[in-house]
Design a binder for this molecule. Sequence first.
Ligand code: COA
Length: 342
Amino acid sequence: MSAPSPPVGRPSSSGPRAAITTVGHFLPEERLTNADLEKMVDTSDEWIRTRTGITERRILRDETKATSDMAAGAAQEVLEKRGIDADDLDAIIVATVTPDMLFPATACLVQDKIGASNAWGFDLSAACSGFLFALTTGSQLIESGRYEKVLVIGADKMSSIVDYTDRTTCILFGDAAAGVLLEPHDEYGLIDAVQHVDGGHGDLLCMKGGGSLNPPTHATVDAKMHYIYQDGRPVFRHAVTAMADVCEEVMERNNLTGDDVDYLVPHQANLRIIDATAKRMGLTSEKVMINIDRYGNTTAATIPLCLYDWEDELSEGDNVVLTAFGGGFTWGASYLTWAYGE
Ligand code: COA
């Protein structure tokens, strides 16, 4: 009998790991509070806070600005903090479901805006799991030995696809971008990643119009097919089970108990989903990064935005588990060791 093959996503045993060496972010200044939403749809601050954990979110109100502007802002902060030039970047991956346009890719627009003349890049579409999938992809560029500086950004201008007359979705989402620089590291970095998709449930969370199936017409716009559609209850049920299962999977594969995990970085879609995942993993609340109250669900940006907010707390060698669930369905969990900090 042949030996079992290593789990998909594991780097080869030799060669460098891909480590996060810097985190940057961009948040629009304008806040959309629960009180503001009470004036727009039939909802209440109490309902939103108890059902989702959200208090306010950021909105990019300037109609001349788009996802690439937020992503470029996050990229610029990464470059400044790391003290490198845009020319030093080898590749840029932008995870987003709200690209400025269907093509060119947002990564190309970011490359131009920051002047990264030596970088290639592409967009990755995996909804709320986008950053996690892009982190795996970017890490494999580093692990290949061919690239030394890969920028991985999660960015979404959700306000551009939210129907602000639909109370079941408009309370959930916000706009933001955040990103990380990946570099080779001898000791720390991405250790394992588990990814799943299940296209059979794609219709529960999607944007039906604007693509090649339903190109934009007056009829598709009248039918509001250019907005997010979500059947919240089944999505919630799947998210709770899938996120907890995939975290358990990555912990088992790496012989981790709750005591071994220093931080959980969960996608921020609903506080109840996060709490259920943390409980199954046996984690105490201080190990769980939660900022959904301040930003809502920023889709691909939530995980790097958490890393940005907790950067001062993270220490070299910390065991960090990241997890997400989103439209597609897409979901996954990654295990990495943090590469810097006191
Ligand atoms: N304000 C007040 N009432 C609202 C409301 C709002 N903003 N939105 C929905 N309701 C009502 C519903 O109409 C329903 O009323 P009814 O019982 O009279 O039919 C009631 O509240 C309960 O609705 P339900 O959909 O069961 O609520 P919920 O507890 O499932 O919460 C979500 C709704 C969207 C917050 C929740 O389903 C969710 O978080 N889903 C998953 C999100 C997610 O993970 N997405 C994937 C990643 S993006």
